[in-house]
Design a binder for this molecule. Sequence first.
Ligand SMILES: O=C(O)CCC(=O)C(=O)O
Length: 272
Amino acid sequence: MVGRNLREEFDQTGFCVCKGVFSEAEVNRLLEDIKAATLRYEKDALTRGAMTFHSSIFFHSPALQRFISQQKIIDLLQDLIGPDIWVRWDQAVAKAPGADLFPWHQDNSYSRLKDPHYQLWIALTEMTADNGGLWLQPGSHKDILPHHRVGHEAVYEGVPESPILIEAQPGDVVIFSSFTLHCTTPNTTQTTRWAYVTEYMALEHYDPYIEPPYFVVARHGQSCPEFVETYPGKTNPLNQLKYLGANWSPRQMIPGWMKRAKRALLVGSRSS
Ligand SMILES: O=C(O)CCC(=O)C(=O)O
């Protein structure tokens, strides 16, 4: 983005919109690769009604790995994240006709992370107010906001003051902070809205909830896709400390064999 200071925009608002980053041919190919990809984990808990999440699909798809690690994306992101980047998650979301509101939230309330991640949201179809378009609250990335759970969803407890709709054409990109409040409104049209979101992190930041191997996409600002067993953010003891309370509950320290034995005893005593 020659001549544009993405960092300044992002720092102020918590997002940037980049128009026409991908061509129609690139978008069509990407959608085919998404539909062909298999999930790393089981069916996504967030799938509900006419809204379908296809999550962590890059993991088994060389085509998606090539796409999300391409230099065009690294060039966009490195002003914001820095030169060394990995991917923690991706998801394609289809909002078919009749799909409901996806409520206001910050993504960190789902990821439970202390550090930010960067959402690269690609419109694969047109995105409007009527078809499940994306709304953002500018400036909301500066605070950690209260949420509560409704089923599997994390729902912001307040009301955004001045939300804006991001109208987009296929191939447009929105980059936003995982702390930026956002929602998508119901799809009242007759066609499906598709978006593909990849979640990037600095290699120095840590996600204790993702299992190895980890997908590194850039080093020194250059695309260099590779799966690795560890990364600097994980081996940094200061990062480990941030999650001490969250991760090291006494229950989690009980070895697996002991939990299984306890379960077997309980089942035995119930059936006797
Ligand atoms: O794609 C959508 O409609 C909403 C998904 C979303 O906001 C999220 O996963 O954080």
